[in-house]
Write a protein that binds this ligand. Structure first.
Ligand code: SF4
Ligand code: SF4
Length: 446
């Protein structure tokens, strides 16, 4: 590995069809040919295609619900099963049901199929789902690209604080929430503990409030020497893993599969969970508007904010992706240590310091490969056999498996639930009834 970073590195000129060479003390290195169709452009095509499908599904579902609400007087649209992808907790429950009972969730089978295909693609091809398919990942990426353009107008200090404010705040909040979630997972406390704490001991309650204050202020005032940015980032990311661990333990481990059988077949809430989710977005509370606006603003200011710090799907996908043999591999013999790969990486991996990128944050976007000026210095490879994987082949594998999996379910009939249109119509007409609510995961059974 070359020891020095050379800032005299070769500039990559988009559209250049010339093959050039760069002399070094030890050997000649080939500069890469950069064709018009780059990995980024190819990825954007995939993202836009899935975004269009996602928006189409959302609109179709809205008109289906309108049809049911109007008692059949508005134009009829069939219910798109793909909408079940928006029920992540339901997907965890379906997974447990499948593992425990060997059956597919009868109410949200498409949600289970989509979740299972995400897990499978991640296990085989690491986090490609996030950067090539996921509409939330797409919004997140376009938000930070807009943010990068806005921030380029600021000076260095303002840019630093604008970028770091969301991370510091998230780090402070994570120091409060992560231990609480951990204690809840271990059954030491539950939701009502906070009320009883105030009643039992005012002193303890105020000690806790003081800790909250310190946790929120510390990331902003502690010097970098004792509070490095990497530590801050790791603490902030712990939140995502604690949310995932909470659902994994309370659903995958603690919830009996037989109980899920009852919930799926006899819970009114489950039958209309997708409608409730739509109604949540149709009647956003002030708090929800504030939270969603902040998440979007922070996604503009900080790269992949939602995916990096909150998405529980991202947590499980990243963990499963560790098993994948598809890895970004750097050849230290040809690498000229220009650092362009690290600068381009949207998930802040120090690619130029790795031989093989084993980070669970790598979402296989190929941005680092695209900017690398030296042919063969950085590629996606199949570890073990060292075979280079072209981005189009990688996209074909990730998107192909995802689409094939879903269409197989569609053609075999597993994709569709057993709730009739008549049942949807009467349930949607009474959806405000208390039996369609649930409290802290407790469902009414009929
Ligand atoms: S290491 Fe490369 S492929 Fe992985 S996220 Fe960073 S830029 Fe994308
Ligand atoms: S691997 Fe990274 S540091 Fe090495 S030449 Fe490519 S872009 Fe530069």
């Amino acid at each position: 590995m070359a020891a020095q970073r050379t800032d005299t590195s070769v500039e990559v000129i988009p559209g250049s069809a010339q093959l050039q060479t760069e002399g070094t003390s030890s050997q000649k290195r080939k500069q890469k040919r950069v064709p018009w169709m780059s990995p980024t452009r190819f990825r954007w095509i995939s993202q836009i295609a899935f975004m269009i499908v996602f928006i189409g599904i959302g609109c179709q579902f809205y008109f289906f619900v309108r049809y049911c609400e109007s008692g059949g007087t508005t134009p009829y649209f069939s219910r798109p099963p793909g909408i079940e992808a928006c029920l992540p907790i339901g997907a965890f429950m379906s997974l447990k049901y499948f593992l425990g009972m060997g059956k597919v969730d009868p109410i949200h089978p498409a949600g289970f199929i989509i979740f299972a295909s995400i897990l499978l693609t991640s296990f085989l091809f690491q986090r490609g789902f996030c950067s090539w398919i996921c509409p939330v990942g797409t919004i997140s990426e376009w938000a930070w690209r807009l943010g990068d353009w806005i921030k380029s107008k600021f000076n260095k200090t303002v840019r630093y604080w604008v970028e770091m404010f969301p991370v510091k705040l998230t780090c402070g909040l994570s120091m409060i929430t992560t231990p609480i979630i951990a204690l809840m997972i271990l059954d030491v406390i539950n939701f009502s503990s906070f009320k009883s704490l105030y009643v039992i001991s005012h002193t303890l309650f105020y000690v806790m409030l003081s800790f909250i204050g310190i946790a929120l202020i510390a990331p902003f005032v502690l010097p970098k020497k004792i509070w490095p940015a990497r530590l801050e980032d790791s603490i902030a990311r712990a939140w995502k893993y604690s949310i995932f661990a909470f659902f994994a333990v309370s659903i995958l481990i603690k919830m009996p599969a037989q109980q899920l059988e009852v919930i799926f077949t006899r819970s009114p809430y489950m039958k209309v969970a997708d409608v409730m989710m739509l109604n949540f977005f149709r009647n956003l509370s002030l708090l929800a508007i504030i939270v969603l606006s902040l998440l979007f603003l922070f996604s503009i200011l900080n790269k992949n904010y939602w995916c990096r710090y909150f998405c529980p799907y991202g947590a499980i996908i990243g963990l499963l992706g560790w098993a994948s043999v598809f890895r970004i591999v750097r050849d230290s013999k040809t690498c000229i240590d220009c650092g362009k790969c690290t600068k381009a990486c949207p998930v802040l991996i120090e690619v130029d310091k790795k031989k093989i990128v084993y980070s669970q944050e790598c979402w296989a976007c190929y941005d680092c490969v695209e900017v690398c000026p030296v042919s063969g210095a950085l590629d996606m490879k199949i570890v073990g056999i060292g075979k280079k994987v072209h981005y189009a082949v990688y996209a074909g594998l990730v998107v192909g498996l995802f689409v094939v999996f879903m269409n197989t379910a569609r053609f075999t009939g597993v994709w569709y639930n057993n709730v009739s249109l008549d049942e949807y119509m009467y349930r949607i007409s009474e959806v405000d009834d208390p039996k369609y609510k649930h409290k802290q995961g407790k469902f009414e059974i009929e």
